[in-house]
Design a protein around this ligand. Structure first.
Ligand code: CDP
Length: 217
């Protein structure tokens, strides 16, 4: 029986850690679509491509040799044989990724690959990103927007990065990136039929329970 759990949310909403745990609990495959956009950004920077050259960036995405794990327990991203699992989380990638993600050709290609992965897993998968509930898997059995206040999101992202970032850097990573991303995907307001879980005042376990509550409703 198909069970697609589509989870969208802004940066620092806890989307990735929550989505992985939900996938484990439900024994579903897991797809981090943000990692795919990050992989394209990594590839473009590695090749020294001008991110403003839309046609070149689109071509890079179409040709991208990408291998991505679809298990919540083994995160692994490989581009052209390079294990970039850690590298795609670097701040230089976070700063560059929105430029890549606003390219409609890139989106078209990655959405196509995401839908193919969904089909390959018999549509039993937790998929997280920015446009999953609205575009990639509009027909998902469960559609959910995970939100949190700006303050909570900056606090979480800071803790995740080991407290090495200044308040300004965090603001750049979280708030400024959301502003850039909002031009391609609307994830601040739930679309019709999409449940909202606000995790501002919930801890990890409470948020997982809230999401599972929606799945089992
Ligand atoms: O985890 P975090 O919020 O930092 O971001 P991510 O999920 O790793 O996504 C990185 C970037 O990819 C986002 O800032 C968006 O620019 C882009 N993205 C997107 O456009 N559409 C998606 N479905 C997922 C990510």
């Amino acid at each position: 029986r198909p069970l697609v759990v589509a989870i969208d949310g802004p940066s620092g909403s806890g989307k990735s850690s929550i989505s992985k745990e939900v996938a484990r609990r439900l024994r579903l495959a897991y797809l981090d679509t943000g990692a795919m956009y990050r992989a394209v950004a990594w590839d473009c920077l590695e090749r020294g491509l001008d991110l403003a050259d839309g046609a070149l960036v689109e071509a890079a995405a179409r040709a991208l040799d990408l291998e991505l794990s679809t298990s919540a327990d083994a995160e692994r991203v490989v581009v052209r044989g390079h294990d970039v699992t850690a590298a795609i989380r670097e701040p230089r990638i976070s700063s560059a990724v929105s430029a890549v993600a606003t390219n409609l050709g890139v989106r078209d290609e990655l959405i196509r690959r995401q839908r193919a992965l969904l089909a390959a897993h018999g549509r039993r998968m937790v998929v997280e990103g920015r446009d999953i509930t609205t575009v990639v898997a509009r027909d998902a059995e469960v559609r959910l927007l995970l939100t949190a206040s700006e303050e909570a999101r900056m606090r979480r992202r800071g803790a995740q990065l080991g407290g090495t970032q200044t308040a300004e850097q965090l603001h750049e990573q979280v708030v400024a990136r959301d502003a850039k991303d909002s031009t391609v995907a609307s994830f601040t307001q739930a679309a019709d039929g999409v449940f909202t879980v606000d995790s501002s005042d919930l801890d990890f376990d409470q948020t997982v329970d809230a999401v599972l509550g929606v799945v089992h409703a």
